[in-house]
Write a protein of this length. Structure first.
Lengths: 440, 245
């Protein structure tokens, strides 16, 4: 099979890798690629750092192995190949009254990527992470042989594969449980929030199925942590929403676009978009779950030097103090962009390397300027001190020692992954950088 | 009326995207090609998307003995019969230079095989007084170029055949759409040097479906290839023959 030689990058476009990429369109072609030389499988390159990069060799793009295999309209169980995107599942099944139980912030994420990063959505406090709705999966070994893995039949390898960054084998297909949805619209309630303490209290008290907070990460002092809380339920109307065409960012934007005064101004008006007394709006599921997908290549807005996303989770106890400290440092750095999100997370799921744990998660984008790496280091330390975790799908700068402390089941993961892939052919740049497969 | 779509060369990325679109509109699909395991996967996908019937059928452009069985299978179906032809093969021109015997296979896959099939199938459509044939050619067929003139010649032959078939089927209420894609992001072009303005198979499939609905005769997809090819076909031969594009 012909390979494409191209530079690839994570979504943040800071870390890059050069290497040949195969893109099989059939299972037999995938086997042929593995026979030549096993390599890590990648999806739509929506992780921000180096989770899907391999500068030591090849990668295998799974995006064309994207067929639905079976759907049971009685039970809502969907079996599909790993390259199917979450957005495609939503598009095809929401008119029939079913949606993915967990929907990440971009519809371009693939099913395989959603499992390998054990993604979460705006309903994590109720529904848990993606892994909790995976009923089974087809895992291809580097020898090309496929094994059906289920949570009960193969608990070890299953737990190591959920959030396992593709290290236990190639996820070829998976069966997932969809949830019923009576509408394709979301009924959203938006309220302004004055500061971080109020924000956390409101997140704690919220009884909505879906909730997400937007934070003005440029605000300081008494306004620290102000923002908008969105709470939503699946709507009741059966109206089919109109399909909107996406726009695209055609080229790299100039640096001043996300300079501090512009971001402050933008955030000022973005906050006031919602009236002081709050409001109720209806949104299409696409707009609610994937607000940024309507602008293709929005990562180019950060210019050619790219950007970082910091995402951590901190436990509920002491979380408020840690988040305040983080937000203060972010505001002081003048690096904040308009993209800053605060959410509540529920309990951890089955994955050994899964990110979610009970607490609050903060995600903030920073343009890749000179002081960005320093700030990320400080935030990493604060996360560790608070007993929290950094999300590996977003990371490009963390240190192996901190990550080892945060992911306490990492040694088990390493043992299982190394047994499944003794040649270490599936290692990615992220796995090497953070020494995730080193055994003690 | 019930729509049936027979898709020849259904394993290709463009065919897959097109089959999905018609399946989502509720058409029955018959997926014909050589790799039966892969076609079975696509058939399952089409059923999940809304096709009541999706069947894999064995089709090899170089083995005409198998053609009547496919025609007879479709003849059993009620409703409108439509065919989309996505078959074709494009060996590197240098491989053909080394082994001229590859020409017959290239022409067989891209022109004479599908033409022979359609010739046998057309009477069925005439009997039913309707239906559409989509023939996928290539911009490479508009003018012979040093880089792939054997493939181009086969596609040019196919385009001429389609134009004649359109002339014939129009009389019976049928229609033929000639599709000329530019560079499309498929397994055939993956990793090839010199690709530009590459379209996704989904965009091409959308253009084809629209052309079928509007009963267009010949489309370029993406549309701007019409203008690129206008320039290429109108370049004076005295200059063109010295160029290598």
């Amino acid at each position: 099979m012909r390979l494409k030689i191209a530079e690839t990058s994570g979504w943040g476009r800071v870390l890059r890798a050069n290497g040949p990429m195969a893109r099989p369109e059939k299972i037999t072609a995938l086997r042929a690629v593995l026979k030549q030389s096993p390599a890590p499988a990648i999806g739509n390159l929506r992780s921000y750092g180096d989770a899907a990069l391999n500068s030591a060799g090849r990668t295998i793009s799974m995006t064309r192995l994207d067929r639905f295999i079976a759907f049971d309209a009685e039970t809502g169980v969907l079996n599909a190949e790993a390259g199917v995107t979450i957005g495609e599942i939503l598009r095809v099944f929401s008119p029939r009254g079913w949606i993915p139980a967990v929907i990440p912030g971009t519809g371009f994420a693939t099913l395989g990527g959603a499992i390998a990063n054990d993604v979460h959505g705006k309903n994590h406090h109720g529904a848990g992470s993606f892994a909790e709705h995976v009923l089974g999966l087809d895992l291809m070994g580097t020898n090309g042989r496929i094994r059906r893995i289920t949570p009960n039949g193969n608990p070890d390898i299953f737990a190591a594969t959920m959030g396992g960054l593709g290290q236990t084998g190639i996820i070829v297909a998976a069966a997932i449980q969809l949830i019923p949805a009576g509408s394709q619209m979301m009924a959203v309630r938006e309220n302004r929030v004055d500061g971080i303490a109020e924000f956390l209290a409101m997140l704690d008290q919220s009884e909505a199925s879906y909730s997400v907070g937007w934070i003005d990460a440029t605000a300081k002092g008494g306004q620290l942590g102000r923002g908008i809380l969105e709470e939503a339920e699946i709507g009741i109307s059966a109206d089919a929403p109109r399909e909107k065409r996406a726009k695209s960012v055609p080229r790299d934007a100039p640096q001043f676009l996300l300079s501090p005064p512009v971001v402050r101004l933008f955030n000022h008006y973005y906050l006031r978009r919602v009236p002081a007394e709050g409001r109720r709006v209806g949104r299409t599921m696409q707009d609610f779950f994937f607000p940024l997908d309507r602008i293709h290549n929005w990562n180019r807005l950060y210019g050619k030097s790219g950007f970082h996303q910091f995402q951590c989770v901190v436990p509920q106890t002491g979380g408020s103090g840690a988040l305040s400290e983080m937000l203060e440092r972010i505001a002081r750095s003048r690096l904040a962009s308009p993209l800053a999100v605060l959410k509540r997370l529920g309990d951890s799921g089955p994955g050994l390397m899964s990110f979610p744990m009970a607490g609050y998660t903060l995600a903030v984008d920073f343009p890749n300027r000179a002081n960005a790496v320093g700030l990320l280091g400080e935030l990493e330390t604060l996360t560790a001190q608070a007993g929290g975790r950094i999300y590996l799908a977003k990371d490009s700068t963390a240190r192996p020692e901190t990550i080892a402390d945060m992911y306490v089941k990492r040694a088990d993961f390493a043992r299982i992954a190394n047994a499944a892939d003794p040649e270490r052919a599936l290692e990615t740049d992220l796995v090497r950088r953070l020494r995730l497969r080193e055994e003690p | 009326m019930k729509q049936n779509w027979l898709i020849l060369g259904a394993s290709s990325a463009m065919a897959r995207a097109f089959a999905r679109r018609v399946a989502e509109n509720g058409a029955d699909v018959y997926l014909a090609g050589r790799d039966m395991d892969d076609l079975a996967c696509l058939a399952a996908d089409c059923r999940v998307r809304g096709a009541e019937t999706a069947e894999a059928l064995k089709f090899d452009a170089r083995k005409p003995s198998g053609f009547p069985a496919i025609r007879d299978r479709l003849a059993m179906q009620d409703g409108e019969l439509n065919v989309a032809v996505f078959v074709g093969s494009m060996p590197a021109q240098s491989a053909i230079d080394d082994d001229p015997a590859l020409i017959s296979g290239t022409v067989g896959d891209s022109f004479t095989g599908p033409a022979q099939f359609l010739q046998g199938f057309a009477p069925l459509m005439e009997d039913r007084g309707g239906g559409t044939i989509v023939g996928v050619g290539s911009v490479a067929g508009d003018r012979g170029r040093i880089g792939n003139y054997v493939y181009g010649a086969a596609k040019a032959g196919f385009a001429t055949y389609l134009s004649g078939l359109r002339n014939r089927l129009t009389r019976a209420g049928g229609h033929v759409v000639t599709v000329k894609p530019g560079f499309v992001d498929t397994a055939m072009t993956w990793g090839l040097p010199g690709m530009f303005l590459v379209a996704s198979p989904e965009d091409v499939a959308r253009d084809i479906q629209r052309a079928v609905q509007k009963r267009r005769n010949t489309i370029y997809t993406p549309f701007f290839w019409r203008y690129i090819m206008l320039i290429i076909t109108h370049s004076p031969e005295a200059i063109f023959k010295k160029m290598s594009i």
